[in-house]
Design a protein around this ligand. Structure first.
Ligand code: PGA
Length: 251
């Protein structure tokens, strides 16, 4: 892990979680209180329906909350959408944008992801901008090219004080139980770091680059120890407090 950056362990609950599942959050909060000092920041991105209740459950703890998506506009006639401003108003500090499930399932383009990231910044949120290649692209040795293209198109300019997070999530590793070899994660994360430093100079060295895709208690230690891996974006294993705590301990 790059020494300069405090790791962020972020849980992405996706379309999972009813009020009864806040028990897992209560267990997470209890578990974190038992740990004297934490080497990482902790974030949960629940479905929007649980943001307020999760915020209340985490009020006395270090656990932060985030959204999973936002609209490019802050308000207006957009039935069914949620704005970054609304997420911030509900207590969110971060919002995931450009997750591959949104890129694939909702035809989100790099340009749209960039606009969403800008909207998030405008609302005072930190966007977690996701990039990553498909299996076919990896097999065609296009992983770096694809990630570079997504970064070029999805990452907005930053005003002073504004912050972003990048999440490298190979599409084929998400929910599959498969992860890239450590050398492959290292290679892409180093590439992303160079890209960020070329784009943002010194500020690029301080941006968290998360790995996401089938991170679990068994593989988190090895992945999080890699240079330029500054945390994880955790799906399935974030739904269970015990597993998520084990990943936090690995950081
Ligand atoms: P996973 O999901 O940990 O279940 O693979 C990660 C993600 O999609 O953010």
């Amino acid at each position: 892990m790059s020494n300069k950056v405090k790791p962020l362990i972020a849980g992405n609950w996706k379309m999972n979680g009813l009020r009864a599942d806040l028990r897992q959050i209560e267990a997470l909060v209890r578990g974190l209180k038992e740990r004297r000092s934490l080497a990482c920041d902790v974030l949960i991105c629940p479905p929007a329906t649980l943001l307020a209740a999760l915020g209340a459950a985490c009020a006395q703890s270090v656990v932060m909350s985030g959204g999973q998506n936002c609209h490019v506009r802050q308000k207006g006639a957009h039935t069914g959408d949620i704005s970054a401003l609304m997420l911030a108003d509900a207590g969110a500090k971060y919002v995931i944008v450009g997750h591959s499930e949104r890129r694939a399932g909702h035809s989100e383009t790099d340009g749209l992801v960039r606009a969403k990231a800008q909207s998030a910044l405008g609302a005072g949120l930190i966007p977690i901008i996701c990039v990553g290649e498909t299996q076919a692209e990896r097999l065609a040795a296009l992983a770096v090219t694809v990630v570079e293209h997504q970064l070029d198109g999805s990452v907005p300019d930053l005003a002073p004080g504004q912050q972003i997070v990048i999440a490298y999530e190979p599409v084929w590793a998400i929910g599959s139980g498969q992860t890239p070899a450590s050398e492959d994660i290292l290679l892409i994360h180093s590439f992303i770091r160079e890209w960020l430093e070329a784009r943002f100079a010194g500020r690029g060295s301080a941006i968290n680059i998360l790995y996401g895709g089938s991170m679990n208690p068994a593989n988190a230690g090895e992945i999080l120890a890699l240079n330029n891996v500054n945390g994880g974006l955790v799906g399935g294993a974030s739904l269970n407090a015990k597993d998520f705590l084990a990943i936090i301990d690995a950081a």
